[in-house]
Design a protein around this ligand. Sequence first.
Ligand code: HEM
Length: 291
Amino acid sequence: MKNYQPCILQPLPEQAVYLTCNLNRSASLEQVIEALQSLDTDNNVVAIGQSLLDRFNQSVPCMRAMPAFASQHIGAATAIDLWCWIRGDDRGELLHRTRRIIHHLEPVFDLVDTTDAYLYASGRDLTGYEDGTENPVGEAAFEAAILMNDNSDLSGSSFVAVQQWQHDLDRFDALPDEQQDNIIGRRRSDNLELDDAPESAHVKRTAQESFDPEAFLVRRSMPWSIKLQAGLMFVAFGHSFDAFEAQLNRMTGADDGIEDGLFQFSRVLNSAYYWCPPVKQGKLNLAAINS
Ligand code: HEM
């Protein structure tokens, strides 16, 4: 029987809604646990922020608030209590499911925001580049994303870094094709990795095997747009936040002064860390914060 939230390792859905909520003032821990355990984990990923744990003086090993990253392109992390990745194929059905989830949560959580996301060209970023090519698969994905340890209350947990990136697509489109390919480090036409890409190329900055220890992540990002504002909701699951932090530090130039080419046309609007609790018999297993 799987003890982790199954959607973490499933392929991307066609459509999604990201829902964020904060606790209302009167909520008790018992009410929070009851509300969270009413949520379906077969079609959604449910994750808890450090601010919720702090409110009830709880801590979860490996969980922490997102640190500040030294980059003018990355805003301060946001303190959000609850994040849900609501996944489906039909936008209408997703809207109704999102409304039902909000009603279930209403006695204890206030809605902060919803953002619609979707698959573009079978899994490309809105710049047209394939995203996810070097994701670990199968057993390697499980090992990268899911915490397995002897503490049975935490076993099956995952830790997710979420960053809403906004692209300046006009600026990107104005660049010559070769410069665009050099920003990513892959050729858009056939996804071939460019050996002679500059050190700032995104895939050189983040090459998972080049870190010590190796920094593997399971990325499950999706494009988002609101009117003509658009970008990538970067979502990366790990058995801890260490791999994400190593990569983002190198992207900002903290290691060697070289900034990731992505910052030429994209910036981070908001970001946060969350704990994805394990599951037991289809419900979130919150024993780690309920004893
Ligand atoms: C605007 C935001 C981003 C865009 C558009 C983007 C896009 C891409 C693309 C097109 C690839 C190449 C194909 C692939 O292997 O998936 C890639 C690779 C990768 N990206 Fe990003 N990415 C973004 C942000 C990030 C962030 C914030 C991180 C981590 C902190 C990250 C980590 C990675 C990793 C680990 C790889 C694979 C590197 C390898 O081992 O070859 N990306 N990304």
